[in-house]
Design a protein around this ligand. Structure first.
Ligand SMILES: Cc1ncc(COP(=O)(O)O)c(C=O)c1O
Length: 376
């Protein structure tokens, strides 16, 4: 597929000394060395704890970065939605778990198509009607997992009885195979303090464990027990209920995790992703204006943090602009470039067409975010 001209221009910068400073802003800029170290570190933690690692691709939605995670030892990736899975599958990713339940015939047909195309496609269900919908669309066996609510209350069966009902409905479909369960606790990922997270995880894992035991007692084979995120890895490993973990943000890090995890082992990842912006106006005495506003950062987790500018504070200044108070000790000039720690990585990256991969001050590659906006 041919690329639009602005991407061809960008690719012409690749490899040139100092090219990082010439990337048009606002831009998602990934320090590839730091990203690779983060990927290797999480893989080593998972290997040491004998946990399969299936990173959540919702954080980056990018096949090139998924490939780096797979090459480092991940068993596959997670996708939050079918469209995300379709986009990554089209870009060559072959082992995908969809972590949200689907509803109705059309999504079931799309899931069946993915299952037919991919080396390993799996999906979660949490309602007794789900298996009949998916089973009628399936022309070949599809691996399914029962999503279990571990206290978040977002998706998942609420109790053992519902889990057994869904398992029976799966068993009644010749083309569905129950392969495991998922229990994801999004509500404890950003709790401050390793002890607080550990005790919340323990409660949730007790619920998951009860469902796994009941399903096994009822004669179902439960191989995969998947869940977990960046903030809960230590607790997940200690609990020993999961045998597969799905962290996503660890590879990039953001303000939200930096504030919550501080020096905990779960937070021992480098800030690999920056949003680069440019100072475009300096006429006001108390602040300068940068070219990154509401469209450049997710806004759910506070303002972004300017790197290397102690005392300067960012404030959203409309859709396209940000206000940065002048820091003591350094004058900011028109054209200066500023890197920001994004507040929340997943919805921030979803705003960008590409991720700029840099090593030092050199742009070394430009990776399309193929599943950007793919939330259907
Ligand atoms: C089902 C599921 N698994 C894993 C993750 C990854 O979490 P994190 O990015 O906090 O590591 C998420 C994130 O929202 C998720 O929804």
């Amino acid at each position: 597929m041919s690329e639009p001209p602005h991407l061809a221009d960008l690719r012409a910068l690749v490899g040139q000394p100092g090219s990082r400073g010439r990337i048009p802003t606002p831009a998602a800029v990934l320090d590839l060395d730091a990203f690779e170290r983060n990927v290797a570190k999480m893989q080593a933690r998972a290997d040491a704890a004998r946990l399969a690692l299936r990173p959540h691709a919702k954080s980056h939605k990018c096949a090139a970065l998924a490939r780096i995670q797979l090459d480092a030892g991940a068993v596959g990736v997670c996708c939050a939605k079918l469209a995300e899975a379709e986009a990554l599958a089209a870009a060559g990713i072959r082992r995908i778990l969809v972590t949200s339940p689907i509803v109705g015939e059309a999504p079931a047909r799309r899931a069946a198509r993915l299952a037919a195309e991919l080396e390993d496609f799996r999906i979660v269900l949490d309602h007794v009607d789900g298996p009949a919908e998916l089973g009628s669309a399936a022309a070949a066996p599809i691996g399914v997992l029962i999503d279990v609510d571990v206290g978040l209350g977002r998706t998942g069966v609420s109790n053992v009885e519902q889990a057994i009902e869904v398992a029976r409905a799966i068993a009644a479909q010749p083309n569905l195979k129950l392969i495991g369960v998922q229990g994801y606790g999004g509500h404890w990922q950003h709790m401050e303090g390793a002890n607080a997270r550990a005790s919340a995880v323990a409660g949730g894992m007790a619920r998951l464990s009860a469902v796994v035991s009941a399903l096994r007692d009822a004669g179902h084979t439960i191989g995969v027990v998947t869940g977990g995120g960046t903030g809960s890895f230590e607790a997940d490993a200690a609990q020993g209920v999961l045998n597969e973990v799905q962290p996503g943000s660890y590879a990039f890090m953001d303000r939200q995790y930096r504030d919550a995890l501080k020096a905990d082992p779960d937070g021992a990842f480098e800030q690999a992703l920056a949003i680069a912006a440019t100072v475009i106006s300096t006429n006001h005495p108390r602040w300068v204006t940068v070219d990154a506003g509401l469209k450049a950062f997710a806004t759910d987790a506070g303002p972004p943090i300017p790197l290397g500018l102690d005392g300067a504070e960012y404030g959203f200044f409309g859709d396209e602009h940000g206000r940065l108070t002048r820091p003591g000790g350094r004058d900011l000039a028109r054209g200066d470039r500023i890197d920001f720690v994004p507040p929340h990585v997943d919805p921030t990256l979803d705003r960008y067409e590409v991720i700029h991969l840099v090593r030092g001050d050199v742009l070394v590659d430009v990776a399309r975010i193929e599943a950007r906006g793919a939330s259907q």
